[in-house]
Ligand binder design. Structure first.
Ligand code: SIN
Length: 277
C-alpha cells in the first residue's frame, strides 16, 4: 500500500489497497484519522463490499433524506443526470452536523463520472482553527452553535429541483435542531477543530444575530482560503472517505450535460465534546 499526501496539511491518496481485504483495514483507518480525507484509487465495490468496509468503522447511519439504492437501503445515491442543473452537496457543508450524534465519516464510491469536472473539495477544520490567533481561539472554545436540517431538507425545499426529481425526500423528517460546541476535541485524533458549517449551522447560542453572523463569517472566510483546502478529482472506481468531525466538503457542479453517479455510505458517530470541557 502506498500513501501520498494530497496537500501540505491534510488529505492522502492511497494506492495498492483493496478495500475488500480486511488485512488493509488497520492502515486505512490510521490514514483516515491522520489525514481526514483519504482517496483509495481503483476499487470496484459491490454495495455489499461497500457496506462491509464501512461497517469495520462502525454501524451505518441511514440518511433520512437521500434517495436510497433499492436493493440496499443503507446506500444513498448521489446522482446528477445530464439534464439536471443542481448537484447534491454543492454548498459547503459537513454531512449530518444537524444530528445529535454527527456521522463519523462518509464513504463515496464513483460509479460514473463526467469526462471533466465533478471534483469534490474539502476543508480541514483543525488546520483552520490552528491558523486563528490565540485570543480568538480562546473565545471560540467557549461557544456553542445551533445546527438544523429544516431549511435544507424540510418542507420549504418541496419545489427544489432535487426534491422534484426525487433525489431528496422525506421533508417531514427534517425536524432536527441541535447544539454542538463550536470547537470540538476530535473523538479519534484528540485534535481541536471547528465544528460549524455554512449549510447547516444557523446561529451561535447566546449571541446577538449580528454578532453570530460576524463570527461565523470570520471563520468561513478563513475556510475559503485555498491553503486549507484539498481537491479530489474522480475516476470510476475511486472511493473517498472523509472525516465529518474534521472537514467540510463541497461538490463542484461544473459538468453540465453529463451524468455523475456515486454510492454513499455514512458511518454513525457520537455526541461531540467541547475542546475545553
Ligand atoms: C456529498 O456531499 O455527499 C456529495 C459530495 C460529492 O458528490 O462530491
Amino acid at each position: 500500500m502506498h500513501i501520498r499526501k494530497l496537500t501540505g496539511l491534510f488529505g492522502a491518496e492511497i494506492s495498492g489497497a483493496d478495500l475488500r481485504d480486511p488485512a488493509c483495514f488497520d492502515a486505512i483507518k490510521e490514514a483516515f484519522i491522520q489525514y481526514s480525507v483519504i482517496v483509495i484509487r481503483g476499487q470496484r465495490l459491490t454495495p455489499d463490499d461497500h457496506l462491509a468496509f464501512a461497517r469495520r468503522f462502525g454501524p451505518i447511519n441511514v440518511n433520512r433524506f437521500f434517495t436510497k439504492l433499492e436493493s440496499h437501503p443503507e446506500v444513498a445515491l448521489v446522482l446528477k443526470e445530464k439534464d439536471q442543473k443542481g448537484a447534491i452537496g454543492e454548498e459547503w457543508h459537513t454531512d449530518h452536523s444537524y444530528d445529535v450524534a454527527p456521522a463519523t465519516g462518509s464513504i463515496l464510491h464513483a460509479l460514473e463520472v463526467p469526462p471533466h469536472g465533478g471534483d469534490t473539495v474539502f476543508v480541514s477544520m483543525a488546520d483552520v482553527f490552528e491558523s486563528l490567533s490565540e485570543p480568538v481561539r480562546r473565545m471560540l472554545r467557549g461557544l456553542s452553535a445551533w445546527h438544523s436540517s429544516r431549511h435544507v431538507f424540510g418542507e420549504t425545499q418541496g419545489n427544489s429541483e432535487a426534491a422534484q426529481s426525487g433525489r431528496i425526500g422525506n421533508a417531514a423528517l427534517a425536524t432536527q435542531d441541535v447544539l454542538h460546541p463550536v470547537v470540538i476535541r476530535h473523538p479519534l485524533s484528540g485534535r481541536e477543530g471547528l465544528f460549524v458549517n455554512p449549510q447547516f449551522t444557523t446561529r451561535i447560542e447566546g449571541l446577538l444575530p449580528g454578532e453570530s453572523a460576524a463570527i461565523l463569517e470570520m471563520i468561513y472566510a478563513q475556510c475559503r482560503k485555498p491553503e486549507y483546502q484539498a481537491r479530489v478529482s474522480w475516476n470510476v472506481g475511486d472511493v473517498t472517505m472523509w472525516d465529518n468531525r474534521a472537514t467540510w466538503h463541497k461538490a463542484i457542479n461544473d459538468y453540465h450535460g453529463y451524468r455523475r453517479y456515486m454510492h454513499r455510505v455514512t458511518v454513525e458517530g457520537c455526541a461531540l465534546q467541547p475542546a475545553q470541557a
